[in-house]
Ligand binder design. Structure first.
Ligand code: ATP
Length: 194
């Protein structure tokens, strides 16, 4: 079974594209959701986070997200440390999950596929490409953030052109080209590769 990555910048439409694949019967692993679950449930990961960020990183059994966010948002080195702790667990968890799927291929949706080296565990990576102004507008509406806050997050991510160049397939989500036919065409291509 093929293991496919799906990535793109903030607001590019990764989750939207992933949901279309799900409608086509393809199982999708959402790395963000999984990371949140693992930080709350995986004993080994919890110990590592506690060791690095101190007792305050958890309140009771649950991750103290506001506390951790307050540390990592103002300190890129701490953010990298947290990501380096969490990524091996999501990579292993996604690997186990993908092996359990019965479909011709499955998808891992993640913002940081290349940054976390998750692509080394995947057969192909799909990139969702969107014009920057549209991404900003979407996230402003969805998350009620200011343009400056969104740009600050985008500027912390891998350069968009480099990211898209590294992808094997590209889906254009510019609200000009129709999205569903692109996903259906790629779905058929992936079924034929298997
Ligand atoms: P993030 O990385 O920030 O989680 P994402 O890449 O997963 O974002 P989505 O959540 O899929 O992006 O899309 C961002 C917002 O834009 C959502 O509210 C979504 O409904 C909307 N959106 C995405 N694509 C389209 C489209 N083609 N037409 C209309 N709205 C769209």
């Amino acid at each position: 079974m093929l293991k496919i990555g799906l990535t793109g910048g903030i607001g590019s439409g990764k989750s939207t594209v992933a949901q279309i694949f799900e409608v086509l019967g393809i199982p999708v692993y959402y790395a963000d959701v999984a990371a949140k679950r693992l930080m709350n449930e995986n004993i080994t990961l919890k110990k590592e986070i506690l060791r690095e960020f101190g007792e305050e990183a958890y309140s009771g059994d649950l991750l103290n997200r506001p506390y951790l966010a307050s540390i990592v948002f103002k300190n890129p080195a701490k953010l990298a440390t947290l990501n380096n702790l969490v990524h091996p667990f999501t990579i292993a968890d996604a690997e186990t999950w993908m092996l359990q799927q019965q479909s011709p291929y499955s998808i891992k949706e993640a913002a940081l596929i290349f940054e976390s080296n998750a692509h080394l565990h995947l057969d192909y990576v799909i990139g969702v490409q969107s014009p920057l102004p549209l991404r900003i507008q979407r996230v402003m509406e969805r998350d009620k953030l200011s343009e400056a806050e969104i740009l600050a997050r985008i500027n912390k991510q891998m350069d968009e052109t480099e990211k898209m160049n590294r992808c094997h397939f590209i889906i254009i989500n510019d609200e000009q080209e129709l999205l569903i036919p692109q996903v259906v065409a790629l779905h058929e291509k992936l079924l034929a590769i298997r």
